[in-house]
Design a binder for this molecule. Structure first.
Ligand code: R1P
Ligand code: URA
Length: 284
């Protein structure tokens, strides 16, 4: 099989690093924390014993070091599934493609990916400032329509697909094959739920400033279909991890309860709590 990639397909920088992440294979650990906000990277890495690598390009900031003796990376993805498309493909290239020869490696390496984010809740009973682990995720963004088919069926997905009432939105449902194994890290989270990933922050999340959303009952309808919370990255993280053979799990701190109109009273303290909570669990 001819598997040498053309220069236009696997784009590298002058130093041989992958194009957007600006990283070389030795710059990342096997355990990687993914955060949306570039400012959150230093807030996480300040707990490391030491930081050996600090690199960035555009919204992608990476710090790699050790925590309690174990090598770990924290990286920002920026907002949205289109950024996750880049992050997932380039992280995978760093471990599963020989960048010098542009050939696929024969041995596959699986990374452990931990999204540490924030989310809004569509379930009125989910309280702000608590951790919510994603079991299933419904992608209401369009990214995965461009990849080879990947679908799965369980009770949640069957019910959701059958009853989803909006013909103009094409939902795709995912879970992480390793959700159970990776979920071991987060067994004691207050909530385990079904997340919707949206392609925007305003109308897609039912927010109306000067523009009206297409349906003012959208969030309520999603909740009736079993969705607990929403954010903007997890569908792509779970789906691309599944296709590329990486292990992924998302925990989001609930900062907004949209059905009750509540927002975290101190989201800085809440973010610190999220960081402590995740680091305590993923590295013992
Ligand atoms: C929107 O404000 C951003 O916050 C959430 C959403 O998914 C989106 O990226 O995630 P982070 O807290 O990781 O940035
Ligand atoms: N992240 C989102 O995408 N939406 C919210 O309301 C809160 C966090």
């Amino acid at each position: 099989m001819l598997n040498k990639l053309a220069a236009s397909e696997l784009v590298l920088n002058d130093d041989g690093s992958v194009y957007h992440l600006n990283l070389l294979p030795e710059d990342i650990a096997d355990k990687i924390i993914l955060v949306g906000d570039p400012d959150r990277v230093a807030k996480v890495s300040k707990y490391f014993d030491k930081v050996d690598i600090k690199k960035n390009k555009r919204e992608f900031y990476t710090h790699t070091g050790t925590l309690r003796g174990e090598r770990i990376t924290v990286m920002s993805t920026g907002i949205g599934t289109e950024n996750i498309d880049i992050v997932m493909n380039e992280l995978d290239a760093l471990v599963n493609i020989d960048l010098k020869n542009k050939e696929f490696k024969t041995e596959h390496k699986a990374l452990e990916l931990f999204r540490m984010g924030t989310c809004g809740s569509v379930n009125p009973d989910v309280q702000v400032d608590n951790m919510l682990v994603t079991q299933n995720v419904v992608g209401l963004d369009g990214l995965m329509h461009f990849y080879q088919d990947y679908s799965f069926e369980n009770e949640f997905s069957k019910n959701f697909m059958e009853k989803f009432p909006y013909a103009k939105i094409k939902p795709m449902l995912y879970f992480s094959d390793w959700a159970e194994e990776m979920g071991e890290y987060y067994k004691d989270a207050k909530y385990h739920g079904n997340t919707a990933t949206f392609p925007g922050f305003y109308a897609p999340q039912g927010r109306e400033l000067r523009l009206k959303a297409f349906d003012d009952k959208f969030l309520e309808t999603l909740n009736d279909l079993g969705v607990t919370n929403f954010e903007m990255e997890t569908s792509a993280i779970y789906a691309l991890s599944k296709l590329l053979g990486h292990k992924a799990i998302t925990v989001n701190n609930v900062i907004a309860n949209r059905r009750r109109g509540e927002f975290s009273a101190d989201h800085h303290a809440s973010e610190k709590n999220l960081i402590d909570w995740v680091l305590d669990r993923i590295i013992k």
